[in-house]
Design a protein around this ligand. Structure first.
Ligand code: SF4
Ligand code: SF4
Length: 130
C-alpha cells in the first residue's frame, strides 16, 4: 500500500505555500528604517574640524582642512555611527542603502570650501586697511 512519508508531506506543503525566502538578487528587501548604510557628508555644512576623524574607531576618515577635502574609506568603515553622533554641525548621515559590490577600493571623497585660516584672514584685513 502507498504510504506518504513525512518528507513527501513537506515537499507537497512547500509546493503550495508561500516561500519564506526571497529570490535574491531579483527581489531585494527594503532596508530597515534605521539602517546605517553608506556614509554621506553634506559637505557644504562641514567645517573640517576633524572631530569625526578623531572619534572614528576604525580610523577611516581623513580631513584635509587646507584643501577642504573630507575622505572616508568605506572598506574600513564599520557603520557604527560614532562620527555622525560626534559631528558638531550634523552634516554626516548614513544613507539607508549600501554601495554596490566593487573590486576597486574607491574612497568616498568630498570636496568642500576650505575654511579661511585666521592668519590669512588677518593678513587680508591688514592689507585692506593699508
Ligand atoms: S565632524 Fe562634521 S564638521 Fe567636523 S570634519 Fe567631520 S564631518 Fe566635518
Ligand atoms: S561609521 Fe563608525 S567606522 Fe564608519 S566612519 Fe563613522 S565612526 Fe568611522
Amino acid at each position: 500500500m502507498f504510504k506518504i512519508t513525512p518528507m513527501t508531506k513537506n515537499i507537497l506543503k512547500n509546493l503550495i505555500t508561500k516561500k519564506s525566502t526571497r529570490p535574491y538578487p531579483f527581489v531585494i528587501r527594503e532596508p530597515f528604517e534605521e539602517s546605517r548604510g553608506e556614509l554621506y557628508n553634506d559637505i557644504d555644512n562641514c567645517i573640517f574640524c576633524s572631530t569625526c576623524a578623531r572619534k572614528c574607531p576604525s580610523q577611516c576618515i581623513t580631513v584635509d582642512k587646507e584643501k577642504g577635502i573630507w575622505t572616508c574609506d568605506p572598506f574600513v568603515c564599520v557603520f557604527c555611527g560614532t562620527c555622525m553622533e560626534a559631528c558638531p554641525t550634523h552634516c554626516l548621515h548614513h544613507k539607508r542603502t549600501w554601495r554596490p559590490v566593487s573590486g576597486q577600493r574607491e574612497m568616498i571623497e568630498m570636496q568642500g570650501t576650505p575654511p579661511k585660516s585666521k592668519k590669512k584672514a588677518a593678513a587680508k584685513k591688514e592689507e585692506a586697511s593699508g
